[in-house]
Ligand binder design. Structure first.
Ligand SMILES: C[S@@+](CC[C@H](N)C(=O)[O-])C[C@H]1O[C@@H](n2cnc3c(N)ncnc32)[C@H](O)[C@@H]1O
Length: 259
C-alpha cells in the first residue's frame, strides 16, 4: 500500500522515530565503505546520518511518498547519498548491499514473506538486515478509538472497502516467517517505547502525520475534518494522565539477520 505523506509536517512530528532510529544506527559498526539501503527513508534524516559513517560507501534511501523524497532531497545532499521514489514491495536488487536498514516503516508493508526474500536477495553474502517497526500492542489507544469511530453509523459506509493499513506482528510470528528465508543468523526481539507526550499538541502532530493519513482519504467533504476531530478529541480525553502528559503504547519489533 502506498500513501502520500507531508515531508515537512513529518519532520516536525517525528522526534520519537528519530530517537529510535539514531539508537539503531549507533548500535551498528561501520568500516566506512559499506553500501546501505534504507527502506522507507521518510525525510532522510536517518539516511543522511548513516552516510556520515560510510564516507567511502554509499547510502540509498527509498520511499514511496513523493513528498517525503522531495523533503529528503531538499534537506540532505552528499556524494555518497541518494534518494529514490520506490515502493518497498517493488525492490529488486541482487547482492548489492552490506546493510539493509529500516526504522519505523515496515508496519506499513503487508507481505513480509516477499519482503524478507527480497531483502535476502538484495544483501551481499554476510550482509546484515536490521529492522525496527511496530509490533502487536502498539498504539492500543489510537487503534481502539479509530476502530470504534470507524464503525459508527456515521462513518461505517466510508470504510466498507477499507483495507487496514498496518501489520504489527508478535515476535514469535515474525520469527517463524524469518525461518522460511535462508539467513545464516537471525534474532527477533520485542521493545517497549511507550511514550508520555508532554502536551496535547505534540500528540496531535503525531496523530495527524503520519497516523491518520491512510484513513482520511476515505472520508468525504466536511465529514473528513469531523472524523479527524473526533479521533483527536477522544485521544486527548482518553490518554490524559494525572501529571498532565498524554500516554500511548509504542511496542516495537526488532529484527537482526545475517546472510
Ligand atoms: C514513519 S515514516 C519513517 C521514516 C524514517 N525511516 C524515520 O524513521 O524517520 C514511514 C515511511 O515509510 C514510507 N513507506 C510506507 N510504506 C512504504 C512502501 N510500501 N514503500 C516505500 N515506502 C513506504 C512512508 O512513505 C514514510 O515515509
Amino acid at each position: 500500500m502506498k500513501f502520500e505523506f507531508d515531508g515537512e509536517k513529518y519532520k516536525q512530528a517525528s522526534s520519537q522515530q528519530k530517537v529510535w532510529g539514531k539508537k539503531l544506527i549507533a548500535e551498528l559498526e561501520f568500516t566506512g565503505g559499506e553500501r546501505i539501503l534504507d527502506l522507507g527513508c521518510g525525510d532522510g534524516v536517518l539516511t543522511a546520518e548513516m552516510a556520515k559513517f560510510v564516507p567511502d560507501g554509499f547510502v540509498l534511501g527509498i520511499d514511496a511518498s513523493e513528498n517525503m523524497v522531495k523533503t529528503a532531497r531538499k534537506d540532505h545532499a552528499g556524494a555518497n547519498l541518494r534518494f529514490q521514489m520506490l515502493d518497498i514491495d517493488a525492490i529488486d536488487f541482487e547482492s548489492e548491499f552490506d546493510l539493509v536498514l529500516s526504522n519505523a516503516t515496515l508496519h506499513w508493508v503487508m507481505d513480509h514473506g516477499k519482503l524478507l526474500r527480497n531483502v535476502f536477495k538484495a544483501l551481499k553474502n554476510q550482509g546484515t538486515a536490521r529492522f525496527q517497526f511496530a509490533s502487536d500492542g502498539n498504539c492500543t489507544n489510537l487503534i481502539r478509538i479509530l476502530r470504534e469511530i470507524m464503525s459508527t453509523k456515521e462513518y461505517a459506509p466510508y470504510f466498507s472497502e477499507f483495507d487496514w493499513p498496518w501489520y504489527m506482528p508478535a515476535a514469535d510470528a515474525y520469527r517463524a516467517l524469518l525461518d522460511e528465508v535462508a539467513f545464516a543468523e537471525k534474532r527477533v526481539w520485542s521493545g517497549n517505547a511507550d511514550t508520555h507526550f508532554a502536551s496535547a499538541e505534540t500528540m496531535i502532530k503525531w496523530i495527524d502525520q503520519p497516523s491518520l493519513v491512510p484513513f482520511l482519504g476515505y472520508v468525504a467533504g466536511k465529514d473528513r475534518q469531523r472524523f479527524r476531530d473526533a479521533v483527536v478529541e477522544r485521544m486527548i480525553k482518553e490518554t490524559h494522565q494525572a501529571d498532565g502528559t498524554y500516554f500511548e503504547t509504542f511496542r516495537r519489533i526488532n529484527v537482526l539477520a545475517r546472510k
